[in-house]
Design a protein around this ligand. Sequence first.
Ligand SMILES: [Zn+2]
Ligand SMILES: [Zn+2]
Length: 131
Amino acid sequence: MRLTKQRKAISDYFAANPEHAFSVEMIYNQIGDGKMNLSTVYRNVDRLAQLGLLARTLMKNTAYYYVKKEEHQHFMICTSCFKMFPINHVIEEIIPIAIGQTDFKALAHDIVIYGICRRCQLHNEKSKVSF
Ligand SMILES: [Zn+2]
Ligand SMILES: [Zn+2]
């Protein structure tokens, strides 16, 4: 794989923040800095996802990308700060229950829990108090 300078910068940024999901705009704001435009960031992030290095999830119709772990893993994602928290329980048990008596053949699954992390909850509480 030919890793261009730009793609390497993006890949390095994700690698330095493995517990965080980012939109293309967030990456652009962090490392674009005149060196690459938004469509260049988009193209490179998309390529890294195609290569299987990044995983993708949708929140409010926006795609967020994060480093794909080698082992199968589920996450909770904070929709306020986009930090990711691994789920350390086997939640696959729900799959045969969901399929039940249908003849559906499950090939893959994507289970994500969206919510607000403790830090963002506290932050929001404080801002409520100060108003
Ligand atoms: Zn948060
Ligand atoms: Zn699973």
